[in-house]
Ligand binder design. Sequence first.
Ligand code: NAI
Length: 251
Amino acid sequence: MSTFKNLKFDFQGKNVVVTGGARGIGLQITRQFLEAGATVAVWEFSTETIETARKELATWGTKVHFQQVDVSKYATVETAAQQLPFAVDILINNAGITRDKSFSKMSVEDFEAVINTNLSGVFFCTKALLPKFADTPNKRIISISSVVALYGNFGQTNYVAAKAGVIGMTKTWARELSRKGFTANAVAPGFTMTPMVEAMPAEARKAVEDKIPAGRWGKPSDIANACLFLASEEASYISGTVISVDGALVV
Ligand code: NAI
């Protein structure tokens, strides 16, 4: 169970889809929406990850649904959207992967794998769920980008292209969908401590920490807090923007 002390936001009666919502940042977003009263559908492609999260979140009963979905495959995304047990209020496009290599060593497969999940996946989920949104004036599309989208990064041609593309789509959706009651925003995390990163050698973790003006890694709850704020009715006039959550790494 999360020890996070939730913000005041009240999501009772709201339905949320979190892609990649069973691990790392996505799992923390799922936890915090549940703690704030929402019902959450977790879209996740790893069976093992689903089972671990299912155990952790068992006490939430029917407030949390797990659907096995590969966001990079439109057919499976569309089926999941059809099987969703509720109309959606909030979509969090969080699922993402890395296949880091310097540009000269990056294969076409490395490029396509990351684009398919991190860019096409965001397009596919948003497209399939658009007709599934509830008829309310507070519809939310929140996509997890990255600070590297704003300044590039060695070894991440594929990832940076995808994450910058997410920002472009977000701004376009803000223009196209605002009159229909949507806001569309992106959150750009900096270095965030997730289970994957915890496996890094202490020295490498320290080297990263030294570059962060705030003097510490981000926590998944730092990212989730920004998502809950953007999803709240209090943020209804914020759209088409990117919120960096990075301890001043990129200013
Ligand atoms: P993670 O690897 O711990 O979690 C990602 C989740 O997405 C996993 O459960 C994975 O199984 C799932 N997933 C991957 N591909 C999928 C697919 N095709 N269909 C469905 N689910 C899929 O990663 P983490 O660190 O929690 O990252 C979450 C998001 O935040 C990603 O979009 C990542 O790019 C972004 N991000 C993370 C940063 C960090 O330092 N951890 C920094 C900046 C952005």
